[in-house]
Design a protein around this ligand. Sequence first.
Ligand SMILES: [Zn+2]
Length: 369
Amino acid sequence: MKNVGIVYQDIYAKHDTGPHPECADRVIHTIEQLKKNQMYGENRIAHFKNIDPRKATLEEIRWSHSNILINKVNAAVESTIKRNSHEYIDGDTVASPATFDAALYAAGGNFAAIDAIFSGEIDRAFALCRPPGHHSNKDYARGFCIFNNIALSVEYLIRAKKLNRIAIIDFDAHAGNGTEELFYSGLEQGELLFFSIHQHPHTLYPGTCFVDEIGKGKQKGKIVNITLAPYSGQKSVELTFKQVILPMLREFKPEFILCSAGFDAHHKDPLTNLGFMDQTYSYIIQELGKISDEFAKGRLQCTLEGGYNIKHLGNSITNVINSLADDKPVFNEIDDFSTGQKVDILEFTENKLIPQIKAIFAPYWKVFH
Ligand SMILES: [Zn+2]
């Protein structure tokens, strides 16, 4: 069994978005669920550890973001305090008085987990933080996101921990466009392999991150967009992992695996049209766990992104944290045609999407030669 750190503090529930899908109830419900399953709090089973977040410094935030964005978020928060109401940073990203602090603690919570992994206190971690981050780029907070927690985690691993090869798997239903934009030309130092597995951008926000966006310069061939057809389910996920993601990870040999862990690809999610089930998330983490054991000393860390069906968000996160511990999933849904296993969609994944991805990446990866 692995020791798994769960990063949480009340500040994550104080980022108040009002009547909004990305709401405080997401983490409040999930932490209650984790307590019930003896995974968090005083009665937790010994291999689950509580990790307190710290505040990221502005110097650290500037690794990925400009003063334009920092000042914009600060000004929005100042205005919410003066006017005692919410403030929109973009069309769907809301600020409240605690937003700036919550965003600093979201990034810093990921740093604290990385520190705990490197000190040997834990093997793996889940940061149950908000606001989320993967849509934010250098100058813009957008799509419910403020600071890009996963991008900042990459910078922290390279700059503070001196690692050289990091992999990100973003399995949120929406493309990790902010992360892609931040790393499109690569890192100053070190190497990044970035996968975003998401619902096809013609059918969902943000409308970018197509399979032919593969990075440029030294990053060319290391940005991998897997654009699933609507209603794709667990079998499509298994095919893309077996045929694309796992072989590329084995060739890349990451020293640390990070996940942008969004749960809105679940078939019950109100904002999207994919067909993942509670146990699909266990499958993903089990497979990444094996890669992390093989190449990365077991180091695997998730940060929360989306997921808007509160019940299944809690179930799926419970499954992920159990899988991080190398334990079995707690929640298993009945697999039927409502959960995205339709034959025509599987055929599309197997006979169109995967061959297209292999052809695009063949010049850069021996596994596809
Ligand atoms: Zn999402």
